[in-house]
Write a protein that binds this ligand. Structure first.
Ligand code: SF4
Length: 224
């Protein structure tokens, strides 16, 4: 059997990928496109094993603001795009209401693979742990370094923890701008999925209104 295997191998030419198909080394990536390509093969933490694909950030390289969520959800994992699920759609609508130009923003997540618990045919969101957030911060730091935004918006506790390097009480610090040691301004607010989870219609509407005010404040920070 071993001989047959060798004969088969000898007859099959080894296909080498043209240079353009090779993923650039992650340390050498000089653009968001190269960084995104490098991230497709990331093995820095175990989350790549069960997810469909890496879901990298999207938006113009000269974006004025970066919005950082927690991690891709079920629909984002399948589509390979951030913020395309129900929370992303609501987020888009509120940005529109706030007058934030979608062409001037970049959206990404603190963790770039979907973490979930299988439950029957469904995949239930599971919160990334501190080690996974820390491992994936390498990519977020590179995105921020390449885009050099005026302000970064932390959408929820996981994003705030990644951006500020420590646990942050989001409900208490919501609406505040924290300046990091490197000068980067981080605006703290909730993740839009929080609004979707509110059951009572009046409470949901009130929370949507608060988030809209947060987005208007972000717009003022962009203008400043
Ligand atoms: S979650 Fe982030 S660090 Fe972990 S494998 Fe995916 S891209 Fe890499």
């Amino acid at each position: 059997m071993a001989t047959l295997g060798l004969q088969h191998k000898a007859k099959t030419p080894v296909r080498r990928a043209p240079r353009a198909e090779l993923a650039p080394n992650e340390d050498d990536a000089n653009s968001i496109a190269e960084l995104r390509e490098a991230a497709t093969g990331c093995r820095r933490c175990p989350l790549w094993r069960d997810a469909t694909q890496t879901v990298f950030g999207e938006g113009p390289e000269g974006a004025e603001v970066i919005f950082v969520g927690e991690q891709p959800g079920d629909q984002e994992d399948l589509a390979g795009k951030p913020f395309v699920g129900p929370a992303g759609k609501m987020f888009d609508a509120i940005l529109n209401d706030a007058g934030v130009d979608r062409q001037k923003i970049y959206v990404t997540n603190a963790v770039k693979h979907f973490k979930f618990e299988p439950r029957g045919k469904r995949r239930i969101h599971s919160k990334p742990n501190a080690g996974e957030v820390q491992a994936c911060r390498w990519w977020l730091d590179r995105e921020i370094g390449l885009i050099k935004p005026d302000v970064v918006v932390a959408l929820g506790a996981t994003a705030a923890q990644s951006l500020l390097g420590k646990a942050v009480p989001v409900t208490k610090m919501r609406g505040q701008v924290i300046e990091r040691d490197d000068g980067l301004r981080v605006f703290i607010t909730i993740h839009p999925s929080f609004i979707l989870r509110i059951r009572e219609a009046a409470d949901k509407e009130a929370e949507r209104g608060r988030f809209l005010q947060d987005m208007k404040q972000v717009k003022r920070l962009m203008a400043a």
